[in-house]
Design a protein around this ligand. Structure first.
Ligand code: NAD
Length: 243
């Protein structure tokens, strides 16, 4: 049977592109969405025209009960989870003095707890098969920190820690865990930036351009083909951050 892959936050942006790429490569994709039903259905319809079926499942993955339902749906239908892609995330630029407790809980739960709980729920099924893979969609800001994005940077740094620790813990069970840390990618997440600001950012990037979601999807596809990479934070950023 084809590899069964859960992708969180797959209705738009990077998650959508990953879903399309993997589905077109014969993988069984369970595309999770939260609010964007229309975009999720549109994705499903688009693929259907090419004769490709994907599953859609609504769940707010920042909540344990809903994450459990997503995993239960997958296991009931396919009996296994080969790959978990923790992609769901939000950003919110604020000075630290403006951040509320509510902001803290929302960002931590959406970006970091979701990756933790989805991993915790999926891992037993991977251990059972003695194989599996987790790919966390992190950010360069988790590596080098971003001014006025303290919360976002904390969650992505946490995701990188989760990636490294889990890779060590799960390697002996045949499970690989990696993160992709994109630079700036052309998605709705960056709608808050004006065209002038985007131009200024391009000037800071050695390749002088913003990345496209398919650059991230190509890396995910490669990670699925690979068999010896684990515990790595793979940064795809046009040279913006070189460590
Ligand atoms: P996006 O806003 O287009 O997509 C994020 C998706 O996550 C949306 O579909 C949204 O509905 C979903 N989501 C948010 N909260 C959710 C929840 N609680 N449950 C389920 N789904 C939820 O942005 P994107 O650029 O495609 O972002 C995807 C990932 O890539 C995020 O984790 C983001 O932090 C990361 N990233 C993006 C960039 C960039 O420049 N676009 C750079 C680095 C990292």
């Amino acid at each position: 049977m084809e590899e069964v892959i859960i992708i969180t936050g797959a209705s738009r942006g990077i998650g959508r592109e990953i879903a399309k790429t993997l589905a077109k490569n014969g993988k069984k994709v369970i595309a999770n969405y939260n609010h964007s039903l229309n975009q999720a259905v549109e994705l499903q319809e688009e693929l259907k025209k090419e004769g490709i079926e994907i599953d859609l499942f609504r769940a707010d993955v920042s909540k344990k009960q809903e994450a459990e339902k997503l995993v239960e749906f997958t296991i009931k239908k396919y009996k296994k989870i080969d790959v978990l892609i923790n992609n769901a995330g939000i950003s919110d630029g604020k000075m630290i003095t403006d951040i509320t407790d509510e902001d803290w809980h929302k960002m931590i739960n959406t970006n970091l707890y979701s990756a933790f709980i989805m991993s915790q729920l999926a891992i037993p099924y991977m251990i059972h098969e003695k194989q599996g893979q987790i790919i966390n969609i992190s950010s360069i800001w988790g590596m080098v920190g971003s001014s006025c994005e303290v919360l976002y940077s904390i969650t992505k740094a946490g995701m990188n820690g989760l990636t490294k620790a889990l890779a060590k813990e799960l390697g002996p069970s045949g499970i690989r865990v990696n993160a992709i840390a994109p630079g700036m990618i052309n998605t709705e997440m960056n709608n808050e930036f004006s065209p002038e600001e985007i131009e200024a950012i391009k000037q800071e990037i050695p390749l002088e351009k913003i990345g496209e979601p398919n650059e991230i999807a190509k890396c995910v596809k490669w990670l699925l083909e690979d068999s010896y990479t684990t515990g790595q934070i793979i940064s795809i950023n046009g040279g913006w951050v070189i460590t």
